[in-house]
Design a protein around this ligand. Structure first.
Ligand code: SAH
Ligand code: SF4
Length: 395
């Protein structure tokens, strides 16, 4: 070995950001603290303290952790960060819906990436629609995100970060104030529900989504009931049992068609896991009951999937599954090849489903004016060409 080769390469601290403690499962957080030199006998207590500061109090600075000694806070601050995603743009709809374009640092070789998060305030609840990926590998024909190529998975830190940054902006932590003019629910928590219905397919980013949702549901963490967290999948059938066992939140299935022929076209993942296989996985989802049903999402596309016969077939297909059918008026985007069904058609479809004994709410489109409604999300992040990625890695 030459003398030169043994010299440590100069570290560009801007290029290698310190590790974050946000989004780590409890045991990994404990491990990180042990690695930082915290004595073994203290690790458990410190883990609980830091967990509390991060998720119940929402602190972004170690200096605020007043039950931890100054010297230990300094040690932690020297090694870790509690950074939030950067807000690039905040848009507010006339109906009070808010959309943030968030920027996340590069992971390994690559550029910073951007994804969107949407807050939908209603009378009795505040729902946060969270992204799991930048772009999507799937190409559902009615979805704007589907026209953006997959850039990368979001990490658990980045998924939890979307919830934390929203709570910062809304003043949803103790001792924080809600900025004047912000539309929030009349009572209860400001972020009371989380839906994995933003950009990306959550079951194609299983581990990160699991770790993030466990923090969202942890009683000492963000502390939302699992009944107030919903994971929506386009139909990754083989991961559904694992989602039930390891995450255990409410499940939503993007069904959208009642024949394989049409679903193959609208939701191309159907070619891999057709309707019968998907519904078998749903039937086996743990804990199903009339009080705990699967939501089937059905986008209403004019003249494509919205006939009375299709409504009847939907009822037949779902027989025996405790289900609720959420009819989503199609939200348009530039160049979309569909139109939304007429209102009377949607109501007629809903009536048939409803008369068969299923709840069939029609989802009110929210935030269409700022492109925040279902299926309208997209960011400008692009996947780097391979040559460029390799160049950055070599640098
Ligand atoms: N990838 C996951 C979750 C994100 S999409 C999934 O597909 O389930 C969230 C919901 O919005 C899905 O039911 C999706 O099918 C629906 N959606 C997509 N594009 C839409 C559009 N243009 N109008 C209405 N709903 C849409
Ligand atoms: Fe991806 Fe869901 Fe959009 Fe399909 S509907 S392209 S799975 S985000």
């Amino acid at each position: 070995m030459t003398a030169l080769a043994s010299v440590e390469p100069a570290r560009d601290s801007a290029a290698v950001p310190p590790a974050s403690l946000v989004g780590l499962p409890r045991d990994a957080l404990a491990e990180a603290l042990r690695g930082a030199g915290i004595p073994a006998g203290q690790v458990r207590m410190r883990t609980s303290q830091i967990w509390h500061w991060l998720y119940q109090r929402g602190v972004t600075d170690f200096a605020a952790m007043t039950n931890i000694s100054k010297s230990l806070r300094d040690t932690l601050a020297g090694q870790f960060t509690l950074r939030r995603p950067e807000i690039v743009r905040e848009q507010v709809s006339v109906d009070g819906t808010r959309k943030w374009l968030l920027r996340f640092p590069p992971r390994g070789a690559g550029r910073p990436v951007e994804a969107e998060t949407v807050y939908i305030p209603e009378e009795g609840r505040g729902t946060l629609c969270v992204s799991s990926q930048v772009g999507c590998t799937l190409t559902c024909t009615f979805c704007h995100t589907g026209t953006q190529r997959m850039v990368r998975n979001l990490t658990a830190e980045e998924i939890v970060g979307q919830i934390l940054v929203t709570r910062d902006r809304l003043g949803d932590f103790p001792e924080a104030e809600t900025p004047p003019g912000t539309v929030v629910p009349a009572e209860g928590r400001l972020v009371s529900n989380v839906v994995m219905m933003g950009m990306g397919e959550p079951l194609y980013n299983f581990d990160n989504v699991r770790d993030a949702l466990r923090i969202a549901a942890d009683g000492d963490g963000i502390a939302l009931s699992k009944r107030r967290i919903t994971l929506s999948t386009s139909g990754v059938a083989p991961e559904i049992p694992r989602a039930g066992a390891e995450i255990g939140v409410m499940l939503a299935i993007s069904l959208h068609a009642v024949t394989d022929e049409l679903r193959d076209e609208l939701v191309p993942i159907n070619r891999k896991w057709p309707i019968a296989e998907l519904l078998d996985a749903c039937r086996a989802y743990p804990g199903l009951s009339n009080a705990r049903r699967i939501t089937f999402e059905y986008v209403m596309l004019k003249g494509v999937n919205d006939s009375d016969a299709e409504a009847r077939e939907l009822v037949r297909l779902l027989k025996g599954i405790p289900a609720k059918i959420n009819l989503i008026p199609f939200n348009p985007w530039p160049g979309a090849p569909y139109e939304c069904s007429e209102w009377e058609r949607i109501e007629a479809f809903a009536d048939i489903v409803n008369r068969a004994g299923y709840a069939s709410p029609i989802r009110t489109p929210r935030g269409r004016d700022i492109f925040a409604a279902c299926g309208q999300l997209k960011s400008a992040s692009e996947r780097m060409p391979k040559s460029e990625r390799e160049m950055m890695r070599a640098e």
